[in-house]
Design a protein around this ligand. Sequence first.
Ligand code: GFB
Length: 330
Amino acid sequence: MSETPNTAFSLEGRKVWVAGHRGMVGGAIVCRLAQEPCEIVTAGRETVDLARQTEVEDWMENARPDVVVVAAAKVGGIGANDSLPAEFLYDNLMIEANILHGAWRTGAAKVLFLGSTCIYPRLAPQPIPEDSLLTGPLEETNQWYAVAKIAGVKLCDAYRRQYGADFISAMPTNLYGPFDNFSLENGHVLPALLRRIHEAKEARARSVTVWGTGKPLREFMHVDDMADAAVFLLRHYSREGPINVGTGREISIRELAETIASVVGFEGTLDFDSSKPDGTPRKLTDVGRLSALGWQASTELRGGLEQTYRWYLDNLAGTGLERARPAAGG
Ligand code: GFB
């Protein structure tokens, strides 16, 4: 299949439903779409519970969006994934199945489903090409989330094949930015460390704990880049299978913690708690397919961290809150 951009899809005059607009990713996509000549619709959890099929069907029947972005999901870091397997599998299966089936029933012209690079095998070749999907065992800690997201990719493919529906799936690398979940136990590594290191600085602590050995490698992308890629893909991409969205650059957890300490201004030491899981050893996406279409991430990690830390200081630090918006899913 060719990588030639399909520029046929226009957002002009379209009604675009961003499912999961209260989450970090959905919220950023809503902001990015505000620059486009389309109408944006959203529905909070009080209006529609995305895990309930009849509620989703009724809402979609009524709203009839032309375009659907599936950014709603139960998400979290390694701790949450490992300790809430039923929620990560069940909630994500229900949310994606209800929305994708509803989009087909109501004749949506385009659907973008968002997954995660944890769909790929734990020991996939690096950088990870899209065609390594289902070629090996998954990482144990987040297999539940991964299986649900693989099912979402396959649902998109199945509706494409059987009904000719223009459903696409994008797999973002580890994302961060404003409106992230800054929970110390359940958040992803970047917001959790940003908060822990900030609190250690405020408490004038001599050291701060970092989970695991610090050796795993991860790729971090600012959520505004993801939102820009989402709009680009809606316009220019139409084919089966996942497409990776990342920066193509990786950093160890140790280096991430050191960079955060420098941004925050924490001068103490880092203690690595190897009783906590490392997760997958390396997860660098092959972004060749997306680059060939003409899109690249633009936010450097250091600048993105500085902006996110400023946002954290302005919105959450000292409030006792872990997030500024209710969780995604609705
Ligand atoms: O973002 P994270 O939780 O998840 O990062 P994954 C986990 C890595 O960061 C492990 C280390 O190597 C941890 O040992 N780490 C260090 C910490 N300190 C901390 C901390 O305070 N909190 C956290 N959470 N980790 C996720 C999947 O995998 O990737 C999700 O679990 C999703 O489902 C996401 O797919 C993109 O990068 O391992």
